[in-house]
Design a protein around this ligand. Structure first.
Ligand SMILES: [Zn+2]
Length: 293
């Protein structure tokens, strides 16, 4: 994530300029005050354009607490192996995410700094290789104390650790978030799983083909997903059997393994690994094992 994005801001600035010139011409022809009316859209437009970059600039200047650095270094192997400047960028993405996304505890779930950091770390991880990407959407992150069912009730039979809706909130079980980063190598991380679904559901339902994917790669991507679903359904996959339930779940489970078992995924599912590596533009294998980070 960037403090400001020159191409988009430039495009928006052109729109503001056109509006200002239009107001100026109309004002000169018809209103008292004449061409000065052009200042109105110019001032309002500049204020709106500057709002987000200024807010991010202020957020980026805040000191990242040492406890958060320690937590990330302990729990997120990818962060631990980054160089100094890349760590700062990762931390800045965490800060942006925390300042821009809304968290809400439901049914008495208390929200700790560690819990928020656990979610933000997932977003920073998925975005790290693509500094020009933004977290795709602004959603409330709802946290239940424990597992819930598809009617959002907790019960002895509830089975959901997380869920997303195409346009609605991202929902997590607090216990599942806490477990996500407790073992960074078990290929089981509900934060990465649900966040992968966010990438997958921006335009259509969960198709297993993420929305930011280069359209030229879509066909081969679908082929890889299909092949991996067959392996998962036969039980001959590193991915847990749940991955075989749909292309969307295959993608989400693959993302968990890409970041938590990168070496094993690369060895056993090289095509899938390379496709994910190209999509996220990074190689999360330990430096001596992978290419680079
Ligand atoms: Zn899922």
């Amino acid at each position: 994530m960037r403090i400001w994005r020159p191409v988009i801001t430039g495009f928006q600035a052109i729109i503001v300029l056109v509006l200002a010139v239009g107001a100026s011409v109309i004002g000169a022809a018809t209103l008292p005050g004449g061409a000065w009316w052009g200042l109105l859209p110019a001032v309002v437009g500049i204020a709106l354009l500057a709002r987000k970059p200024l807010r991010r600039w202020r957020v980026a200047r805040r000191t990242f607490p040492q406890e958060r650095c320690d937590w990330l270094a302990d729990r997120v192997p990818f962060y631990a192996q980054l160089g100094e400047s890349e760590r700062r960028r990762f931390e800045r993405d965490v800060q942006f995410f925390l300042s821009e996304q809304r968290f809400e505890g439901v049914k008495g779930a208390s929200l700790t700094d560690e819990l928020r950091l656990s979610v933000a770390a997932g977003a920073a991880l998925l975005l790290h290789g693509r500094p020009d990407w933004e977290w795709p959407t602004r959603r409330t992150i709802l946290v239940y104390p424990d597992r819930f069912d598809d009617t959002y009730h907790e019960s002895a039979f509830a089975s959901l650790d997380g869920m997303i809706h195409a346009q609605g909130p991202i929902i997590f079980s607090k216990k599942a978030i806490e477990k996500s980063w407790s073992d960074a190598h078990d290929g089981d991380n509900v934060v990465l799983h649900e966040m992968a679904h966010v990438f997958d559901t921006l335009r259509e339902g969960a198709s297993g083909t993420p929305s930011f994917l280069n359209p030229r790669s879509a066909e081969s991507w679908r082929g890889i997903v299909q092949e991996e679903m067959e392996k998962a359904s036969r039980g001959s996959s590193l991915l847990r059997p749940y991955a075989a339930s749909s292309p969307g779940e295959l993608f989400a489970v693959a993302v968990e393994n890409f970041f938590e078992k990168p070496g094993a995924l690369a060895d056993r599912h090289s095509e899938l690994y390379e496709a994910l590596s190209a999509f996220f533009n990074l190689d999360p294998r330990p430096v001596e094992e992978g290419m680079d980070v």
